[in-house]
Write a protein that binds this ligand. Structure first.
Ligand code: ADP
Length: 264
């Protein structure tokens, strides 16, 4: 079943379009990683896909419904978003933060429904944060904070989950932990996931599709097996690399060449 269909999407902030003519589709349960240099348009694409930009053209359909015909509340029932974590002071507790995810499902007068506490318990168990319930977000480590924001997105109970660089600011153990949680969500909950990522080798084993963005356009799109080539990496990132096979996953893996000159 196709969950997300994007056709000829162009979008930007003022008069110019930052991303141009982007088309792709995602089937239920697929994981798409969006990779590209800084400034290539990854965050802009994620914003555009949530209907957050006004200067936009093309088509976005979520479960065959035109995104532009939906209210913000209806969009929030279909797409949840995990922003990039950074050290900010966020005065809310873990429980309060996760509960915000239920907002799109509450009645006009607000207030929790009996479903809320069941869902809250479930998402906190899935993301292993139940023991942190009463702590303030500001007092958590990066990995714990990332799990809280994933829990908030899960509480929103949407078929689509978008994440902006879920591995940034995390050490390698936490990076793998976050991606293992995402894989579990795909496999057990059938979530369809779209994430921007800097770490190409981390994205490869978890993605069914990879999109390389360059100057706001799609340079290449496909499964990692065919997409991770020296030529593509050189064209997209201007970096000379070697490609090897990962001995565990048997998938391609990038190896940096110390001292190799960077092409622009
Ligand atoms: P990436 O996420 O790949 O680093 P972005 O989508 O953030 O790339 O940026 C792509 C381009 O859009 C850049 O040239 C950037 O300057 C521009 N841009 C990003 N955010 C804004 C904004 N709020 N207003 C105007 N231009 C922006």
């Amino acid at each position: 079943m196709t969950i997300l269909e994007v056709k000829n999407l162009s979008a930007g902030y003022e008069s110019d379009h930052v991303i141009q003519d982007i088309s792709f589709s995602l089937e239920k349960g697929e994981f798409l990683s969006i990779l590209g240099k800084n400034g290539s348009g990854k965050s802009t694409l994620i914003k555009a896909l949530q209907g957050l930009l006004r200067n936009i053209s093309g088509r976005i359909s979520v479960k065959s419904k035109d995104l532009f015909s939906l209210s913000p509340r209806q969009i929030a029932q279909k797409i949840s978003y995990v922003p990039q974590i950074f050290s900010f002071s966020f005065e809310f507790s873990v429980t309060e933060t996760v509960l915000m995810g239920r907002y799109a499902h509450q009645g006009r007068l607000g207030g929790s429904s009996p479903d809320d506490s069941k869902i809250m318990d479930e998402v906190m168990a899935l993301t292993k944060i139940a023991h942190l319930k009463n702590k303030k977000i500001a007092h958590l480590s990066g990995g714990e904070r990332q799990r809280v924001f994933i829990a908030r997105a899960l509480a929103q109970d949407t078929p689509l989950l978008f994440l902006d660089e879920p591995s940034s600011h995390l050490d390698i153990n936490y990076q793998v932990e976050i991606y293992q949680i995402l894989r579990q969500l795909q496999e057990e909950k059938g979530k369809t996931i779209l994430a921007t990522e800097h770490n190409i080798n981390l994205a490869i084993p978890y993605s069914q599709q990879i999109m390389f963005l360059k100057n706001g356009g799609v340079q290449a799109l496909g499964p990692p097996e065919s997409l991770i080539t020296k030529k593509n990496i050189s064209e997209v990132f201007g970096a000379e690399v070697e490609i090897r096979e990962n001995i565990h996953s048997k998938l391609p893996e990038i190896s940096l060449i110390p001292g190799a000159e960077r092409k622009t």
